[in-house]
Design a protein around this ligand. Structure first.
Ligand code: SF4
Ligand code: SF4
Length: 102
């Protein structure tokens, strides 16, 4: 599974389309004094596929090993208590995968 070092997250949203399970979502409310609201991991959606892991330009995403006998998320911070924005993914205005460079 993955977690985000909040202080390293600039809220750039680049990682969001790399998650097929909508586990990376921006906070609905910006509690920071400066800058964009951060993105969080919605742990109930994260399956640990690591598709997102290399997508963060600041290296804020990191892997959390899952204990062998774990039956619950090792992400102990219950992010589900935070409201997140809805990110539209499948329309012309939607956030999407970056275009490949030629
Ligand atoms: S790519 Fe990194 S810095 Fe940008 S929103 Fe995602 S975790 Fe935050
Ligand atoms: S590990 Fe997979 S499911 Fe979890 S946030 Fe990253 S892309 Fe999404």
């Amino acid at each position: 599974m993955v977690a985000i070092t909040e202080e390293d997250c600039t809220g750039c949203d680049l990682c969001i389309p790399f998650c097929p399970f909508e586990a990376l979502l921006p906070l609905a409310e910006n509690t920071r004094e400066k800058g964009k609201r951060p993105v969080i991991v919605v742990e109930k959606n994260c399956v640990g596929c690591l598709s997102c892991i290399g997508s963060c330009p600041t290296g804020a995403l990191f892997e959390i090993p899952i204990p062998v006998n774990s039956k619950t998320s090792p992400l102990m911070n219950p992010s589900s208590q935070f409201l997140t924005e809805t990110v539209e993914r499948f329309s012309k205005q939607a956030i999407s995968w970056p275009k490949p460079k030629n």
